[in-house]
Design a protein around this ligand. Sequence first.
Ligand code: ATP
Length: 590
Amino acid sequence: MSKESGKKGKVSGSMKWLFGYLRPYRAIFIPSLLALFVTAALSLVFPLILKDLIGDPADAWKNGVDAQTVKDGLDQNMKWLVGALCLQAFIAFWRVLGFMKSGEAALNDLRRDLFAHMLRLPVSFFQDQRSGALSTRVAGDLGVVRETLMNTVPQMVRQLVILVGGLTAVFFFSWKLALVMLGSIPVVVLAVAVFGRKVRARSKEAQDALADSGTVIEESVQSITDVKAFGNEAFEEHRYSSALDRFFAVTMKGALARAFFLSFIIFVMFGTIAFVTWYGAGMLVREELSQRDFVAFILFSIFVGASLGSFPEIISQLQAMSGASERIREILQDETEASGGEKITGLTGALAFEDVAFRYSSRPEQAVIDGLNLEVEPGQRVALVGPSGAGKSTIFSLILGFHRPGAGKVTFDGRDATTLDLASLRSQIAVVPQEVLLFGGTILENIEYGRPGATKEEIEAAAKEANAHDFIMSLPEGYATMVGPRGVKISGGQRQRIAIARAILSDARILLLDEATSALDTESERLVNEALERLMKGRTSLVIAHRLSTVRHADRILVINHGKLVESGTHDQLVAMRGTYRLLAETQLA
Ligand SMILES: Nc1ncnc2c1ncn2[C@@H]1O[C@H](COP(=O)(O)OP(=O)(O)OP(=O)(O)O)[C@@H](O)[C@H]1O
């Protein structure tokens, strides 16, 4: 298959897929499409009548028709014209409404499908992407699809109708002149083929180079505090400046081809207009053509020219849509997390790793977890300690089923996790992360996240146990206070207590706690610790520990290094062993 026909195939495949989303709304969409044909055809009435308005007086004068007859004819034509314009405006009104309604509804279905699918993709999918890039890309791609559906498709239909109608008309009014005019088309096509490809390739390079420079800004703005803290303003400026230089160099390379292309097209275009007018005027003199038909020819030629001129834009938009829709379809086809498996309720909270090995797919050469064995009994409080990069967070990911072990198995109450339904398993695990992110919404909703549908009383009870109730009540609107990116700012310790309230509300059997490394003030720390004590009571808890007080209170400490369990025991036992733990306790635990 040639490259061009491949592209065409892709465009039609994308259109088919897009129309699939329009199917449920065909009762609105199809009439709108038909209305579009009608309004486009009606726009051809305009030159058809205009030619009489302009041409008839001239011919009448020449043929000696009396003034009143000419005037009556003109008035009648004018009525037709106004009538056609009114009809066109009326249909266009409903057509635009119909297109918007069916199009936006179909796009909303697509947006819903896409988001629902993305939420069910495995965590590895998101980890393999550059953060931020995914959502920006998806939003951009959806924007392109929307633009195509709302503007390009109607535009294409309209221009096709005008092109076919206009060409028929020019041949009808003077086939000779039409052939002269169309004679210039092969020259233009050749120029487009020769220069157009070059221009397109260069402009794509230029776009990529510009995008690179945009990335520099994005990264700097995102981590502006780091840029400043490291005094890297000059470094970033230099990085941006060299990206701009690259963009400039590529643009200049393309400028030559573009300049040739544009000046040539302008020459051919205006040359053709001049030649056709000159040739037509000659025919007029030779009486091979009436004034009226000549005017008709020129008016329809303008329509044909404008319509032809709009196609490069339409085609490039269709190609952009095909690329965008392909990326969206790729995401929609990506495999979601395994669903099914045995739904479990009422776990006792026993969990174990049996000879578990794991590597991240993005870094297959590194065995992050390497033959790990561990066993946690129901209700036990276990602290995980180990140097940075030892694999502690990965152990949490494996428990949560974000990733599956490459070898060995993770079990809950003795049952292999791969045989269990992920959603029901996760509903019995609560997580209190190191850095708590609250989403945009009220405090009430943020706590309710732990168990959607919980009553206000249950939420308040959880907040009280989490030592969060008092500070929540001191906020301007209590539980209805908006938090998150656009809401009131609350402190790290307060966020942690909200996360604890969430976990209490979820009443999960297993608790995964990644202890915050940043120090809180004494009072805040006391409130958080008290809340955690209550939370951990009666649950199996695994804590990635950063504080000496936490490990001292743990039933058992597991020392992880290079993805292996290297020591295990109580604080006193491990200190007495004078091994890895003792060293860690002395250097890393506060
Ligand atoms: N998504 C990922 N893709 C590839 N490698 C990863 C990924 N996440 C973590 N790693 C690597 O796996 C190893 C273990 O990471 P992990 O985050 O589990 O360690 P950790 O003990 O929790 O460290 P820390 O205490 O610093 O958080 C590290 O070498 C890390 O670079």
